[in-house]
Design a protein around this ligand. Sequence first.
Ligand code: NAD
Length: 366
Amino acid sequence: MQHKSRRQFLTHSAALAAAPLLAGVAGSAIAQAPERKLGVALCGLGSLATNQIAPALLKTRNCRLAGIVTGTPSKAEEWKKKYGIPAKSVYDYQTMNRMADNKDIDIVYVITPNALHLEHTLAAAAAGKHVFCEKPMEISVERCQQMIDAVKKAGRMLSVGYRCQFEPNNLECVRLAKEKVLGDVKIIDANFGFAMGDPTQWRLKRDLAGGGSLMDVGIYCLQTARMLTGEDPIWINASEAKTDAVKFREVDETVMWQSKFPSGVVANSVSTYSANGLAGFRAATTRGWFGLEPAYFYNGNRGRRSDNTEINIPVADQFALELEDFADCIINKKASRVPGEMGLSDVKYLMAIYESIKKGRPVSLA
Ligand code: NAD
């Protein structure tokens, strides 16, 4: 699947697409715009940056697209024209340290392949910038820790792009779980996958991706279980399945795992690069159930509860929501809901899943 078709997949549910819903943007915004919008430089102008993040930054009330970091000169020209970015705010990966002199840029948003997040975060921190980093944060716990340390040393903030933590339908489910509206959550079933096309892309290269479907989309299922329980897993058992050993020579194709949480909740998950149609979760409770299908798309996430109530809260742009929140945290010196430490702990649990696969037995995390 080319990036384009991955995007089409994630933006599926056209009838629910954002445009008509702009008026009722859930969770958006605080009444007044601040005096100066924080400047965001996008580092890596690939699919997500081009199709989601740059458009989202046109909708945010407290931050704006102010700069770019790209290794492709033709993209630099295109973006300068399209978004009115001045030449002084255009960098490549080697010159991004010069941002230290650029007062228009407050935040660097790292949107490069997973294993480059460390290098680009270190450069941004050295230039004295706040860092917003895409998921997964990096490909090892040690590398995540280096990112946390560098940003801390620079006296700046680091957050991870967990958009579901700001998506109102996902948050409504967290409320149902917390307030025990349908009783206690007991079992969670969360799955995410897509049929991977282009066999040459970085997502299939271990050095750049760190892993396959688990690192890329399984992380959403892990986040769901952590969000709904408010807990961290204490036990994980996992295995993998491969139907194409050539294409998925370097990374996992399909991973199945179970986790237990301190309260006794059990979560079952599958991540895959071999099939479309898995992008939701269901929580079984003592009195019924609730869930979203889809839960993880860019638009149109919706669901139901066992008491026949629909979950369908309109949201114009979840990326705008997460960026506004990060800018708010910086402006108001508030802790982020999605700090680097959360990104690191998720990578720790992903590594435990791989360890369980490798050892062929459960891994205890208690
Ligand atoms: P992409 O391949 O479309 O873009 C990656 C960008 O990095 C490209 O502009 C590419 O030129 C650049 N790059 C720099 N050095 C590179 C190198 N050595 N090899 C390959 N590319 C290099 O990928 P994407 O889909 O935009 O993903 C980027 C990041 O965003 C990943 O960490 C991914 O997990 C994350 N992502 C998050 C979401 C989300 O919903 N939050 C969705 C998609 C991707």
